[in-house]
Write a protein that binds this ligand. Structure first.
Ligand SMILES: *Cc1c(COP(=O)(O)O)cnc(C)c1O
Length: 368
């Protein structure tokens, strides 16, 4: 029997251990830890990788989203359209930190991304922006979303926390909207060794604002133009992320190979496999199946040494923190049904062929 967690980070580290260690030592020995050569280099390299004019490194993915909402001038009384099935950060960026705008939820489609056919009916005179989330590494239908945004003059904030390098019709996620917001939380496809995030944009104006917000609202030291936050990307994380970025495509390929193997070899009719849009190059942040009797299946896998995680068990509209919005069970039945049935199988760089074969074998033997 194997012991296979849903996710592990040590294997990807070990693949290029010496490079990470020498990058870390370089920073330690430099005597310079905030706003130096490493963040400047990383911002340039990541902007080039995504194909955006600017990259602004920040403290984490939530801050990337929060500051973007603010930079687009969205505030109290404004509405932002967001998928009903997403990680809570996408929604909190709309409501928190003085943004105080209102999230308007839209149901997902069969690909688990915001259903573009349901966006228009959610638009009101107060709608200022759409915040699509490229969930599990699969891009949303950005062609449809951008055409709605153009027609109604809405801003678009892409949540790319799970889609580093994913493409829609050959174009990289994060380059469609006004901004693309990234998290480099350790378990993301491009993960730092601690918290980190970034925003990419082609707009000089938005980039200037974000550079000011992230550092106490100042451009020039001790001159504070607006009330900002402290959300900086340090030299250590920047240096380590530069190594990670070098191997991002290689890591994505490993994820693709694992998920392709699952797609082709999980044949158990009780398991509904993920569907991927034909216009999408998925980066497989998660491999998410749907199943009835989920808790029995989780226990069965656990007994066989296989870890799983639910992304996500409670949709945002049913979270305690949003009770004030007045939603109830049944308001977004598709999102709720996904929350009750989704399950993420193990996917990580460096998973061995034997581990993959074992997982598939155990899953194919599952019966009720
Ligand atoms: C991880 C994640 C975030 C937030 O990133 P943090 O770096 O943890 O703040 C936002 N949106 C989505 C969809 C995520 O998966």
């Amino acid at each position: 029997m194997f012991n296979i967690p849903q996710m592990r980070l040590d294997r990807a580290f070990e693949l290029h251990q010496e490079e990470y260690e020498s990058a870390a030592l370089r920073v330690l020995r430099s005597g310079w830890y905030i706003f130096g050569n490493e963040i400047e280099a990383f911002e340039g390299e990541f902007a080039a990788y995504i194909g955006s004019k600017h990259c602004i490194g920040v403290g984490n993915g939530l801050d990337a989203l929060c500051m973007s909402v603010r930079a687009l001038g969205i505030g109290k009384g404004d509405e932002v359209i967001v998928p009903a099935n997403t990680f809570i950060a996408s929604v909190m960026s709309i409501t928190m930190n003085g943004n105080d705008a209102t999230p308007v939820f839209v149901e997902p489609d069969e690909y688990h991304n915001i259903d573009p056919n349901k966006i228009e009916s959610a638009i009101t005179p107060r709608t200022k922006a759409i915040l699509p989330v490229h969930l599990y590494g699969q891009t949303c239908d950005m062609s449809a979303i951008m055409s709605i945004a153009d027609r109604y003059d809405l801003r678009v904030i892409e949540d790319c926390a799970q889609s580093h390098g994913a493409k829609h019709n050959g174009r990289t996620s994060g380059t469609f909207g006004d901004v693309g917001c990234f998290s480099f939380y350790p378990s993301k496809n491009l993960g730092a060794f601690g918290d980190a995030g970034a925003v990419v944009t082609d707009s000089d104006d938005i980039a200037d604002k974000l550079r000011i917000y992230r550092n106490y609202g100042s451009e020039k030291r001790y001159h504070n133009m607006v009330v900002g936050v402290n959300s900086r990307l340090g030299e250590m994380q920047s240096a380590l992320l530069r190594v990670r970025l070098k191997y991002l495509d290689q890591n994505t390929q490993m994820r693709r190979d694992i998920c392709e193997y699952y797609q082709n070899n999980i044949t158990n009719p009780l398991i509904l496999l993920p569907k991927i849009r034909k216009d999408c190059e998925c980066v497989w942040h998660q491999f998410v199946v749907m199943i009835n009797d989920r808790s029995l299946f989780i226990d069965y896998l656990k007994e066989h040494g296989i870890g799983t995680i639910i992304h996500y068990p409670i949709p945002p509209h049913l979270q305690d923190c949003y009770r004030n919005l007045g939603y109830k069970q049944g308001d977004f039945p598709i999102a709720e049904q996904y929350a009750d049935h989704v399950l993420s199988l193990p996917v990580y760089s460096g998973m061995t062929a034997q581990e993959q074969e074992y997982i598939v074998e155990v899953i194919n033997k599952w019966q009720r």
